[in-house]
Design a protein around this ligand. Structure first.
Ligand code: ATP
Length: 248
């Protein structure tokens, strides 16, 4: 079976500005891979390429074995995507959102019915099925968005700052869901600005000014850079960034 993600010298230029600069990395099946970097480092641009939304300028990348230059549509059917900014339709009910995304993911009416029932049961949300999403607490919205992103059983899930703005307990619960899904073999690529979450990943990369400056397990990186926490590793690498002011 092909690797969930494999890139080699992946590069994206906007005019003469190089947003992503010869990025090479692999992600293994069932791995939770943290994709870290300061503001403007090039994470979102890389994710847009890997999710089939943007063509690279040069280099290679395969997602679920599909070529990012020529097989964008196949890629979209193999992946799930969730971010804090793009998730659910607030003015639709819980049930309507499930139905809508099920349709977008190409599920049949029968499958959507079955998935709606099991998803509502699992999230203990049967009583809220006909509530507008806008009325739900943020933690619930996230759980729902996460489950919906997995509705079509993708082999790879992209989480782009999924826990932004959420309290630590809800974030921890969200990570329990991530572990559960990864333990069933789904691969996760997650970006976060919370360095405690970087510690929960199997491996992380740290991007600085378009390049991957560091890659390894949290323990390997802490040892390599002689730091006690991932936050310290991150700060020591991002401090000299030319873009984004070195912050997270
Ligand atoms: P953040 O955490 O702030 O989202 P990021 O690591 O995701 O940062 P990107 O959004 O990938 O960074 O941006 C990388 C660089 O590329 C930034 O300097 C950004 O201004 C630039 N950039 C992104 N998209 C475009 C575009 N369409 N045209 C020109 N420059 C762009």
């Amino acid at each position: 079976m092909s690797l969930p993600i494999k890139t080699e010298n992946l590069t994206k230029k906007f005019g003469d500005f190089t947003a992503v600069d010869q990025v090479t990395f692999e992600v293994d099946r069932g791995e939770i891979f943290g994709f870290l970097g300061a503001n403007g480092a090039g994470k979102t641009t890389t994710i847009r390429i890997l999710t089939g939304l943007l063509a690279p300028t040069s280099g290679d990348a395969r997602v679920a074995g599909c070529d990012v230059y020529t097989q964008q549509e196949q890629i979209k059917s193999q992946i799930g995507y969730m971010s804090q900014l793009f998730s659910l339709y607030r003015d639709l009910t819980v049930r309507e959102n499930i139905r809508l995304f099920g349709g977008i993911y190409g599920l049949s009416k029968t499958e959507i019915k079955r998935k709606t029932k099991s998803l509502l049961e699992r999230l203990d949300m049967q009583d809220r099925a006909d509530f507008e999403v806008a009325s739900l607490p943020l933690g619930w919205k996230q759980k729902l968005a996460f489950s919906i992103a997995l509705m079509h059983d993708p082999q790879l899930l992209f989480l782009d700052e999924p826990t932004s703005g959420v309290d630590p307990i809800t974030r921890r619960q969200f990570w329990e869901q991530i572990y559960e899904v990864a333990s069933q073999g789904t691969t996760i690529l997650v970006t976060t600005h919370y360095m405690d979450e970087a510690e929960y990943c199997d491996r992380t990369s740290i991007m600085v000014d378009g390049r991957i400056e560091a890659l390894g397990s949290p323990d390997e990186l802490k040892q390599k850079y002689q730091k006690k926490t991932m936050n310290d590793v991150f700060v020591s690498l991002a401090r000299n960034a030319e873009r984004g002011g070195g912050g997270t």
